[in-house]
Design a protein around this ligand. Sequence first.
Ligand code: NAD
Length: 492
Amino acid sequence: MTGDQSLLNYVSNRWQRSVAGEQLPVTNPATAEVLAHVPLSPAQEVDEAVQAAFEALDPWRRTPVTDRVQFLFRLKTLLEENLGDIARTITLECGKTYAESVGEMRRAIENVEVACGTPILMQGDFSEDIAGGIDEFMIRQPVGVCAIISPFNFPGMIPFWFMPYALACGNTVVVKPSERVPLTMQKIFRLLDTIDLPPGVVNLVNGAAEAANALLDHPQVQAISFVGSTKVARHVYARAAQSGKRVQAQGGAKNPIIVLPDADMEMTSRISADSAFGCAGQRCLAASLAITVGEARQPFTESIADAAATRNVGFGLDEDVQMGPVISPQSREFVESMIQKGADEGATLLIDGRKASIAGYEQGNFVRPTILQNVDPHSEVARTEIFGPVLSLVHVETIDEAIELVNSGAYGNMACLFTGSGAAARQFRYEVQSGNIGINIGVAAPMAFFPFSGWKDSFFGTLHGQSRHAVEFFTQTKVVVERWPQQWSRQF
Ligand code: NAD
């Protein structure tokens, strides 16, 4: 791929050049090198993709589920064989380290594996003799054309929270990746192109808000799976609901971790640092607020400061690099402005990662790990999603205060507790208003056979991605009540 190359859409098993008037450069955030150009496909091209998906629907839903999942088995093998190449692409366009990119694709593959169990996962229920000679059963049928709109921070994994389940359940799919990281899906669709899916079953449309909105408004799209910022998630949820679609919309986060004095401090600070600074803080499950309780304050502060100061920052394909850049110069500017905001609001800058310059990568969007101490829990820096490698430290005296603080936040994506106490752990998981909970875990990312939960402003909808939730989302239930009076049940 060279910088002046324009990415293609994939519709009806054909690669198509977009008619888009506008193209955006896709840049390597570590080097500012232009990797390719992405077309901002207009609504008319979204319509073509949806039409293709609509036409493919009936024969695909009539294909037995056992045959549908055979395509996923093939895809899983191809993803394994091409894991290194795809991971490299993720690092090039998204900035995370190669090891993080491999981890991302591992979870994508795991979702394919779980979706291969759809013959069991989409089974219905049957009750015999609900009245004399009458049976009742519930079957699951596909919902129709499904659209997936994804964010920049996990270009390989996030579409896989949805796509394998949607396909296995008999739906057809249109994927719109983030315009900032479109290369990974381009690569993955090259693999999908070789597994002989019927034309129109999976389609790819590159673009930004116009393409996304065209999917939200399209009368032939029945379901929307969205992941991105809370502002856009709200918009997606409301707009798609206007035309009666089912929607799952994952939003942003501000994830707190609580550290109790009886925690294993070495482990706690090591994995908290991975949570706060891994993927340059651009995980929706990144710890961004650390609440120390009582005597945990001093040992945790010292050890997390050490972990932050010694983290090796650089280009994610270079050896021993532990943290890459943030996605764009604008993002770097925003992260640095929030660090300044924290200082202006009275926090102490324990470790200041601004104005980072990495030798050999002077054009990159680097911010080094940053720690703000004595943060006022009600200040803007403590409440706003920064999406960069910035950890704010807040101190309280009791676990009750800490939980109250966690629950006062707007988001509910993840909350973690570090402790040696089972009772404290139970109180925490029982009382905390968050969809993903970690106990002595820094990034509580659910395996593919659990739903990726999320509460409050982190999720709009009912059913989440992954596992049984995805199967339920991508199927509609039909209940049948049945009697055969002329047959052997004639006595009724
Ligand atoms: P974003 O909201 O800017 O973009 C997400 C998608 O929405 C992209 O495909 C984009 O093209 C599209 N989009 C942007 N503006 C739109 C508009 N006005 N109308 C319609 N579509 C629009 O998000 P991002 O910056 O790419 O991703 C980072 C955000 O995603 C963070 O807030 C992060 O917390 C969140 N995120 C959440 C989860 C989760 O599971 N809750 C997972 C990953 C990322």
